[in-house]
Design a protein around this ligand. Structure first.
Ligand code: ACM
Ligand code: ZN
Length: 716
């Protein structure tokens, strides 16, 4: 029995003085055996610190109605400046009846506050801080995140809630990706069409989608961030990723043709015409209006993924190249970045660009945001540039597991030379306010600890994360805890049962799936059997609310669903082909070639044969094909339909063609249909999809073989 006593005492002490699960863990921490109660606290700030002390006082007042400033009768909390401390650093000295916070600068106050918030424990008797001595400062000055608000829009209220979460983790940079092809999201008064036209797009289903921030709203976000110790760094993309701007002002492009705000993702050939002065007047005007909204010393100009085709074909750009003595279009891009850098410098701002701005040479005072890996980082270092490393948080949890986030290391070849820090960008093609949390939580916890401490997260990070995950979930943020995608579904036809089996893959066990068919609806978790044809929708729900757009599954019952199929050659295996029923399972594809219903052949002419089992009267043969020029998918030139009664002798029923142009445009699904004037009898039907040939000169894939994609051979 006596031997158990120390163990019992130790267990008791754990219960009494459980250490706060701080993230990031401080550089130095010593827990003391007592508490500082927060009911009767009075803040005494050094002269000059009163303003920065406000968030601290607000926090204390929220916990305890009796918290005040400068009341001698209460327990004192001293806030003092200590110029000896490292930048952004702070020291906490918490004793039972007096506490002291020393800070190096204003940022130190926010960092101290972030730690004190996490140390605050509320028990029945009230709130307290465990007594402790903590000395802390960051390893990296640039502890950033980036949010793409172009592909999907995030309202101001939402951004404020997100900034709250960043501040809690001492993340101090919010890189706001404000413009891109699919939406221009910031008001520019001199160019109203940027937001009247450029902030809106018409989706494939006819929905109008978009939004933008007025300059007043931008100021509100910048102010809110500042009140939480966060600097907002704006990004205005130049000279590429600007289709939304060109939709508003076509004269800014080389071709000057009117193009819509695109609804698809990827890289577009139309970019600003940097050869003409009109573009430079526009950029000057935009910077004149926008730069004053952002106190940040840095201004991000994008500069990534700029196809050079338009400049190559543009006489104005070519004239500019010759006038400036530039050997090629890469040098023209470098010239344009340098010119923009000069415009920003005149406003006292340092230019940041994605690592493509290294191509063709860039001034060494620019900051490079490295997104394409270590080689680009080495290039930036060799060129003398400071840099920001990245870890893309929009990456699927299957490829970017939590373990890989924990291993993230912003250094280049083991060294921090010229490394300011990092960002964890979220590109929003697949994200929006309903599910951003799934990309950033819990990833942001180990990430923040890495940037703060400069070391890999402490071994107990997963354990410390738990209360933080519980808290963000209680505030409505969905989190990823299983390294699995948020929600996908697969569906297959089951010939033996003559129905379709829908199987859900849910990223969390507490996701449920709302389903709706033409005259039935409900909720399921793992699987659902469907007998009725029609369009079915599946919507994942969490905390009772949709967390992403519905998946729609169009199902058609036709004669081919009961047929035996032969496909030759087999399609590329990466799109999940079912050799038995893949082209005759009653399932149609969506606009995404990756949805499992589409099958693709790169080069050959696929032949699809169905054996209907017995002779049937046929009124229609139809195959839907996809065109998505951006990813090298073209409609077949024609589809040849043949019928047979014995499977040996064939007669041609019809050659179905189309008149859809194959220039880069929106994705199109086209049905190649044959409807004989009088019904034909046949047991076998066959379709040959004739490949369109090489990608056209107007496309990014020019000269390469094209793909044919088809989803279903429909027989009626
Ligand atoms: C980028 O991902 N295009 C910077
Ligand atoms: Zn041009």
């Amino acid at each position: 029995m006596p031997r158990l006593l120390p163990l019992i005492l130790w267990l008791l002490s754990l219960g009494l003085h459980a250490q706060p699960s701080l993230i990031p863990w401080p550089r130095s921490v010593e827990w003391l055996d007592s508490r500082f109660r927060l009911e009767y606290v009075s803040l005494h700030a050094d002269p000059g610190l009163e303003v920065v002390a406000t968030p601290l006082l607000d926090f204390l007042s929220a916990i305890s109605a009796k918290a005040t400033a400068n009341d001698e009768l209460l327990h004192p909390l001293y806030l003092r400046r200590d110029p000896q401390l490292p930048k952004e650093g702070y020291v906490l000295d918490i004793a039972p009846t007096r506490a002291e916070v020393r800070v190096s600068d204003a940022a130190g106050v926010f960092n101290a506050l972030a730690t004190l918030r996490q140390m605050t424990t509320t028990a029945e008797g009230g709130s307290y801080w465990p007594c402790a001595r903590i000395a802390d400062h960051p390893a990296y000055a640039w502890r950033g995140t980036m949010l793409d608000v172009s592909r999907h829009f995030y309202p101001v209220d939402f951004l404020e809630r997100y900034l709250d979460e960043l501040a809690r983790l001492k993340i101090n940079i919010f890189h706001w990706h404000l413009t891109d092809d699919q939406g221009w999201r910031i008001e520019v008064k001199k160019y109203p069409r940027l937001t009247e036209v450029g902030a809106w797009r018409t989706e494939a289903d006819g929905r109008r989608y978009g939004g933008f921030y007025t300059q007043e709203e931008v100021k509100r976000v910048v102010r809110y961030a500042a009140e939480h110790g966060i600097t907002v760094v704006p990004e205005i993309e130049f000279p590429g990723h600007c289709r939304a701007a060109l939709a508003a002002y076509p004269e800014l492009g080389c071709r000057k043709d009117t193009l819509p705000v695109p609804t698809t993702w990827g890289v577009f050939q139309d970019v600003y015409c940097v050869g003409q002065e009109a573009t430079w007047t526009f950029m000057q005007d935009v910077l004149d209006e926008l730069v004053p909204l952002f106190p940040s010393a840095y201004f991000h100009i994008g500069g990534d993924e700029v196809p050079k085709d338009r400049w190559h074909a543009c006489p104005v750009c070519q004239r500019r190249m010759h006038a400036e003595g530039l050997p090629d279009e890469h040098a023209l891009q470098a010239w344009a970045v340098k010119r923009l850098q000069g415009m920003l410098k005149a406003k006292g701002k340092t230019l940041i660009g994605w690592d493509e701005i290294l191509e063709g040479g860039v001034d060494s005072t620019a900051v490079i945001e490295v997104w394409r890996g270590d080689d680009q980082a080495r290039k930036a270092r060799a060129n003398g540039n400071r840099m920001i490393r990245t870890i893309y948080f929009d990456a699927s949890p299957a490829s970017l597991t939590l373990e890989r986030v924990e291993q993230f290391d912003p250094r280049v070849d083991g060294s921090d030379l010229q490394v300011l820090g990092a960002e964890c960008p979220v590109w929003s093609e697949g994200r929006d306010p309903r599910n951003l949390g799934y990309s950033v939580f819990p990833r942001q916890f180990p990430y923040a600890e890495r940037l703060w401490t400069g070391d890999a997260p402490r071994a107990d990070i997963r354990e410390r994360m738990r209360p933080h995950v519980a808290r963000v979930e209680s505030e409505g943020w969905i989190t990823a805890t299983q390294d699995a995608d948020l929600f996908t579904a697969s569906i297959r036809y089951e010939p033996a049962r003559k129905d379709w089996l829908v199987t859900a893959q849910r990223g969390r066990p507490d996701i449920t799936v709302a389903f709706a068919g033409s005259d039935t609806s409900g909720v399921f978790t793992d699987s659902l059997r469907v007998r009725e044809a029609g369009t079915w929708s599946l919507t994942p729900l969490w905390q009772g609310k949709p967390v992403q757009d519905a998946l729609t599954i169009p199902i058609v019952r036709h004669l081919g669903v009961e047929a035996a199929q032969t496909v030759s050659p087999l399609p590329n295996p990466k799109y999940g082909f079912d050799p038995a029923k893949g082209m005759s399972d009653g399932l149609l594809g969506s606009e995404s070639f990756r949805d499992g219903q589409w099958q693709g052949w790169w080069g050959p002419d696929p032949v699809i044969t169905l054996d209907l089992g017995q002779e049937q009267e046929i009124t229609e043969l139809s195959i839907r094909c996809l065109q998505d020029v951006a990813v090298w998918i073209l409609l077949p030139r024609e589809v040849i339909y043949e019928t047979s009664t014995d499977g040996k002798h064939w007669s041609t029923l019809e050659r179905a063609t189309h008149d859809v142009p194959n220039d880069p445009g929106p994705r199109i699904i086209h049905a190649f249909s044959a409807r004989p004037a009088t019904p034909t009898k046949a047991r076998y039907v066959r379709a040959t999809l004739v490949n369109a040939g090489p990608m056209p000169a107007s496309s990014l894939g020019a000269g390469n073989p094209s793909w044919v994609f088809a989803d279903e051979f429909v027989v009626r």
